[in-house]
Structure formats: C-alpha cells, structure tokens
Ligand binder design. Structure first.
Ligand code: GTP
Length: 346
C-alpha cells in the first residue's frame, strides 16, 4: 500500500506565507510539515510515497528528491493545471497501488493507520474516510452513517439542529484503486463535493471511521498558530526538534543566549540562534534556525521561520514571519503576518 500526499493547493488562506511556496512546506516547529508527515507515515510502515503537486512543485521536489534521505521512495505526480482534490488522485493513478492511502498534506494529525486499515479490511467496501468530531459542524460537510459505519450522505453546512452528527471528513482516506474509474479525467474535480457524493449514490461502499488523537488543519493563520501552541503545551504530542532544557523550553544547537535573557516557557528556539541581552522570548514563541534577535526585544505568541533578524527593542506579539525577514529597530508589531517581500515593500 502506498501513500498519496495531496500537496498541490494554492493555500490562499495562509497568504502571504504561501504566496511563493506550497502550504504543506510551511514550517511547523521549525521543520516543513510535509517532512513531519513523511516521517510519521514511515514510522507506521509506509515506504512508498507519491506527492501530488502543482503550486511551486520544484520546492517540494528539491527538498525531498527521491526520498532516500528519509529511507523512503518518493515519486511525483505533477498536474498540468490545478485538478482539485479528486482530480489530483486521478492524475496520480499510474503511480498508485491497488490499495492506497490519501492524506491532505495540510492536516496535522497523529495518524493511527493500523486501526483505519483494520476497519477498511473488515468492512470490505471501496473507501474508508477518516472522520473527526468538531464542536460546531455548521461550517463543514457533516456525515450521516448507519450502524455499521457506512456513510449514507454528506450534509453541507447544516444548521446546528439539523446536523445528523458532529463528524466531518478529516482529509485521510483509504481507497481501492478501482474507484478511480468514477473520477473524470483531465478536469478539476473536488473529492468532497463531487466524488464522495457520487460514490455514495453508486453504492460502492463508502465507510467512515472516527480518527482519534490530535487533529487540526493548518489552512488558516489562526489554526496555523493554534497548532504551534498545542505542540508547545504538548496537547499535540508530535515530536519537537531540539533539546528540552527545562520544562517547556527547547533550545537547538550552537545558540548564543545573551546575559539577562529570559526564555519564558513554552518556547522553542532553533539551531544557531543569537539572542541579545535582556530580551524576553516567550511564552509561546517559535524561533527558526539562524535567527538573530537583538537586545531588549520582547517576543511572545510569535512564530518566526529561519534566518529572520529582529533588531533591538522591538516588541512582537501574535506575529508570523516567513523566511529571512528583517525588522528595523523599535517597532511594536501585533498580529502581523509577513514574508520578506512584504516587509521590503512596507
Ligand atoms: P486554500 O486555497 O486556502 O483553500 O488552500 P488549499 O486549496 O491549498 O487547501 P485545501 O484545504 O482546499 O486542500 C486540502 C489539501 O489538498 C491541501 O493539502 C492542498 O495542498 C491539497 N489540494 C487542494 N487542491 C489541490 C489540487 O488541485 N491539486 C493537488 N495536488 N492538491 C490539492
């Protein structure tokens, strides 16, 4: 069984961070999310990956190559035009095994593949959709199932009192390859809006199983931040790179922490980070590799990717900065989300 990772979307809701990069390459705890995902699936026995790519595909290809560095095989299905979540699967058809796993590559989740697979084999249908339960289902496609777990229908954005359940599509599927004949070729097709309703109507056997453990999609800036705070406070148990040097303080290699610096947990500092005297970093700060933070800086609830430079006496709260951003002195920034291009224009 191989795994198809859907990584070709435009990531519009996470702009400007995703303006010039694929969303699944956004850093999560200082490492591209897609890399966490490959490692996690490898740990569960997947060795053969296909990445469905379209938006800046060369960034993913350059980073992962043939996967050898991670001890896996990675091949690429590049879409000539954006094909949507089902069209991307159809486009990858020649590279897929008879049974395969599909994962939306922007979902942060501690996948328990074995349980999903056991259920899939046991019900004998063609598709198993991983489901997650949400408090407020009114913004999602909600499933109605029978006692065996078979999905009877999706109800799009129901009013609370009309929602048949609180279970929604978690963006993780097991599929038998012969269902791909139900997906039209060479055009954009949405798996949620078109393919699943069609497969249910044609009675091919679409089942749903609630996936337990942490689940969050990184599609919006709020949720992208939330994932980091959940990682730092260990609500999400995915591994955090770096050495935990005190409770809730992770510091990478070769850092220089100046005199009088206060690291307020939870905080994650990458490798080769330089922090000037009397700065206060945290709580809830993630500082990427090779960042330089000046003196008297205050930085809380902020995520900074690699190579950022923050000059003296800047106050940052609730910000997200892309690679290599440089900030002048004595600014106060609250809720700023910027990449380098934007900062140069400002
Ligand atoms: P927004 O523009 O913010 O909605 O993001 P998105 O379209 O990138 O993500 P969405 O949540 O709609 O898609 C879920 C997953 O499917 C993400 O990992 C996307 O990268 C991926 N995806 C969405 N559309 C396509 C597509 O046309 N081709 C491929 N290969 N992947 C896609």
């Amino acid at each position: 069984m191989n795994a198809l990772l859907l990584a070709g979307g435009l990531g519009t809701r996470l702009r400007p961070l995703t303006e010039h990069m694929p969303k699944p390459m956004a850093l999560v705890a200082n490492r591209p999310w897609l890399e966490h995902l490959v490692i996690q699936l490898k740990d569960q026995g997947i060795r053969d990956f296909v990445m469905a790519v379209k938006h800046y595909p060369e960034q993913i290809r350059n980073y992962f190559g043939d996967g050898g560095k991670w001890g896996v095989s990675i091949r690429y299905a590049v879409e000539p035009t954006l094909r949507g979540t089902a069209g991307a699967i159809k486009n990858a058809e020649p590279l897929l095994d008879d049974r395969f796993l599909v994962v939306n590559a922007d979902i942060v989740h501690e996948i328990d593949l074995l349980r999903l697979l056991e259920y899939h084999v046991q019900h004998g249908g063609k598709v198993t959709i991983g489901l997650t339960e949400v408090d407020d289902p009114t913004q999602y496609g909600v499933v109605e199932q029978d006692g065996s777990g078979r999905i009877l229908r999706f109800v799009e954005k129901p009013r609370l009192e009309e929602a048949p359940s609180r279970r929604i599509n978690a963006g993780i599927y097991l599929m038998e390859k012969d269902v791909l004949r139900h997906i039209p070729d060479h055009r954009e097709v949405s798996i949620e809006r078109e393919t699943f309703p069609l497969l249910i109507e044609r009675n091919v056997g679409v089942y749903g199983k609630v996936v337990t453990g942490y689940w969050m999609d990184m599609g919006t800036k709020e949720r992208y931040r939330r994932i980091h705070w959940d990682l730092l406070n260990r609500t999400c148990r995915l591994p955090i790179p770096g050495q935990e040097s005190g409770s809730g303080i992770w510091v990478g290699e070769d850092c220089r922490i100046g005199p009088g610096v206060l690291l307020v947990p939870p905080v994650l500092i990458g490798n080769r980070v330089d922090i000037g005297e009397r700065s206060i970093v945290g709580p809830f700060a993630v500082i990427g590799d090779d960042c330089t933070i000046g003196r008297y800086v205050r930085c809380s609830e902020t995520i900074m990717w690699d190579r950022c430079k923050v000059n003296d006496a800047i106050h940052l709260n609730n910000c997200i900065f892309g690679y290599g951003l440089e900030l002048g002195s004595k600014q106060i920034l609250h809720e700023a989300v910027m990449n380098r291009m934007e900062a140069m224009q400002a």
